[in-house]
Design a protein around this ligand. Structure first.
Ligand SMILES: [Zn+2]
Length: 243
């Protein structure tokens, strides 16, 4: 049988917040959120899926790569947010691999609106036979792709990641599925995922409490500002009084 085990590696954790942090998130938290989303989605799609960490715990390089090596996975997706003055998504593959999955992931990220930076591999400066990144160097036969979703110190990337991180997380699922020839079922899952949320918005729209159905749908996962709450309560109050 084909190996359909995937391991997801949320970078950093515990005492190591990760350099891809800013005033809106810590890298370790953002990549855990992305990884948890992907864990659920891979499960739904019938993959055998594992994670290097499911909590805010610190993992040293050897501890982390041991988990990956012993996972029995075919692929490891190592999730990160970049920093250091760039813009856009990067995927990084081993110098010993063909980079096909990394390139497919980057292409899907671009498809859903992230800016393209590059897919690349890199050697240690003193050795042409060794990968630069320990996630490639020490993960044995598990093909690891490091995904850098964008730059925490870039304003546009920050905006995009805040509003579209779910889309970016999903694009990785799509790329892995098509790379492995696995069924990718998007629409049904997305429907189930958010239908109950949309129902609430639709109800209040039909009752005349909300006036911009599409606008509210787009902001479905955002907190509601105080002014909106007060206007809604005022509308409901007026309706109850019969004004
Ligand atoms: Zn990182």
């Amino acid at each position: 049988m084909m190996n359909n085990t995937i391991i997801i590696d949320p970078g950093h954790g515990g005492k190591d917040p990760g350099g891809g942090s800013n005033e809106y998130w810590l890298e370790k938290e953002m990549v855990l959120k992305i990884s948890e989303y992907q864990y659920k989605r891979f499960k739904e799609l019938g993959f055998n899926v594992k994670m290097t960490r499911a909590e805010d715990v610190y993992l040293g390089a050897s501890q982390r790569t041991k988990i990956v090596k012993e996972s029995g996975a075919k692929y490891c997706i190592s999730n990160h947010i970049n920093a250091g003055g760039g813009e856009g998504a990067e995927t990084i593959y081993s110098i010993h691999g063909d980079g096909k999955l990394a390139k497919a992931i980057l292409a899907e990220l671009i498809n859903v609106g992230q800016k393209k930076r590059r897919a690349f591999s890199k050697t240690l400066s003193n050795s042409a036979n060794l990968d630069y990144y320990f996630m490639h160097r020490q993960t044995g036969f598990v093909e690891t792709v490091i995904v850098e979703y964008g730059f925490a110190d870039n304003q546009e990337d920050t905006k995009r990641i805040l509003s579209d991180w779910e889309k970016y997380a999903e694009s990785v699922i799509k790329a892995v599925c098509s790379h492995m020839g696995h069924t990718y079922d998007k629409i049904v899952k997305e429907d189930n995922h958010d239908r109950w949320k949309y129902e609430g918005i639709k109800y209040l729209y039909e009752k005349g409490v909300l006036n911009d159905l599409e606008g509210w749908k787009e902001k479905i996962n955002e907190p509601m500002p105080v002014w909106a709450v007060t206007l809604m309560l005022k509308e409901i109050y007026n309706q109850l009084r019969g004004d």
